[in-house]
Ligand binder design. Sequence first.
Ligand SMILES: NC(=O)c1ccc[n+]([C@@H]2O[C@H](COP(=O)([O-])OP(=O)(O)OC[C@H]3O[C@@H](n4cnc5c(N)ncnc54)[C@H](OP(=O)(O)O)[C@@H]3O)[C@@H](O)[C@H]2O)c1
Length: 244
Amino acid sequence: MDRPRIICHMHMSLDGKIVGDYLPTEIGMASQREFHALAWGPDRYYRDHKGWLSGRISSEDNFTHYRKPELDDAAPPVPEGDHIAVPDAPMHYFSVDPSGSLAWTQNSIDYFDTRAHVVEILSGRAGNAYKAFLRAQGISYLIAGDDSLDLEKTVTKIGEIYGVEELILGGGGGLNWSFIRAGLCDELSIVLTPAADGAKAAQSLFEADERYSSPVPTGFTLDGTRVLDDGSVWLRYTVDGPIT
Ligand SMILES: NC(=O)c1ccc[n+]([C@@H]2O[C@H](COP(=O)([O-])OP(=O)(O)OC[C@H]3O[C@@H](n4cnc5c(N)ncnc54)[C@H](OP(=O)(O)O)[C@@H]3O)[C@@H](O)[C@H]2O)c1
């Protein structure tokens, strides 16, 4: 089976930031609700996916809050391979965490009114104790790659195991750019909120990280624009790839 079509769906401020003080404002929240509705609402535009991929820092910032997992180094060996704890969840949060470091305390996350089952995306670096920690909480995991995460294998596995032809790439900027650079992002969908906060250090839509990706001029073709009910602008692009 080919990999699913990958859509990077992101909420962004007018100054190109994906996190910051503009988010919890009235304008920021109204825009986030529109953003959520497009990919997760009952009448959503993106209908053929069963979840979204997020980077390790996004999971720490929003869900696990930089706690350390309490691991049992004496845990009995877990069976080899992937672990599907909940086979029929309607929605999944695919948490990219190659070394196995996130301190989950439950097997689902809530995002507005969407509940998603947590699926950790691990590499061969994740140890037995961490996998046992996930199993004990009913958290699923997929293993893709040995020393480092194999992004193509990750998305192909997700397509095969969950039977989906569409997958949402949900940030943050570091993970987004790795997918763009790997040629694994087909569409960019941005909800541009009519707000900004001017913060310098906040992450932007794309962030090259020398451990994983490099900066390079990249082109996009505009496929659609729509003004949403709250005044946000929804922009859709095809990802064309490197340009000179
Ligand atoms: N506005 C929105 O729509 C939106 C959506 C999602 C997230 N966000 C925000 O984005 C912020 C985080 O963005 P971020 O760019 O700092 O981090 P990120 O993309 O969430 O996570 C990056 C981390 O993921 C891990 N990773 C593993 N393989 C990777 C690969 N091939 N390429 C890139 N990363 C890989 C690395 O963890 P290790 O360091 O452990 O190796 C890396 O440091 C958060 O504040 C979050 O709230 C906003």
